[in-house]
Design a protein around this ligand. Sequence first.
Ligand code: KG4
Ligand code: ZN
Length: 340
Amino acid sequence: MKILGIESSCDDTSVALVERTDEKIEILAEKTASQIEIHKKYGGVVPEIAGRKHAEQITPVVEEIMKNFEKPDVIAVTSGPGLITGLIVGVETAKTLSYLWDVPIVGVNHIKGHIHSVKIQKDKSEKPISNFELPILSLVASGGHTELILSKKLGHYERVGGTRDDAAGECFDKVAKLLGFDYPGGPKISKFAEKGDPKAITFPRPMIHSKDFDMSFSGLKTAALYHLRDNPDTDKNDFCASFEQAIVDLLVHKTIKAAKKYNPKTIVLAGGVSANKKLRETLKKVIQKEIPSSEFKIPELKYSMDNAAMIAVTAYNHAKNKNFTPWNKLQADPNWKIYK
Ligand code: KG4
Ligand code: ZN
């Protein structure tokens, strides 16, 4: 089945053509037009500007992806959650193409897309996710979300914990801004952190001992702000390493705690923050030590960030079951939740 994926929920206009069967995923073409250079000036994504840029870029990107191909069998589009100004461009483009080509649409949830991104593996011997063993516990950490999601059955999602305030990526980005780093600051913090001592500064780990699987990052952000105010000459490498360690400790601790309760056979780490090397390595090590019966899955670095290939891949089961939305019924939903 050839699936055209469209993703425009934040600051990437991404389109991908994916050939998918039960056994295999092949990316036939993919392109992402990033808006980072534009939003950098403002220190974050400006929804109004994002919407305009998506509108300008989406047709040329679709045209480039489709130039060597006939029309797809299915169109998959992120219809939520995300910025309404971006979502609406992707959704309306998908509807127009569906009408013109007479091809059905699947509206895909962005968070679900991140979870399914782990299926896209270079190693073709990799088992397809339909064979990943249930239950699956997923930590999705991005600029907009930090959630622990349990899947007991395929297509079933239950939120068992997550942030009560800022998302982990948002915390990285806000603290990076305090350091004068450009948006998105997460990758820059982790670069400086490589040369620093993670024990140099003791940052708080809010809610780490709470009985539930919830997290909080806003207190950590405030502690980082006060530290910089009171120690203007702080060593940036040590600061970044200590701050990153606090976020990693929080995410790993709560994921392991949830895993000990729910005994998942598979643990997934996905979303933009899953590109963080320290987080990937620490979670992998702790799972191997404490829950060795669980299989740990992370996306390839390229598919950690927002991308249309993961949206196309996610739509496959819906399309197989002919679970389509007529083009004139599909709507962007900025607050769409996959779980109860
Ligand atoms: O999933 P994503 O591309 O977009 C959203 O859906 O939000 O995630 C982007 C987020 C940003 O906050 C960015 O700073 C963070 O992922 N991020 C990182 C790293 N790479 C990206 N955070 C920490 N370390 C990284 N290496
Ligand atoms: Zn995302």
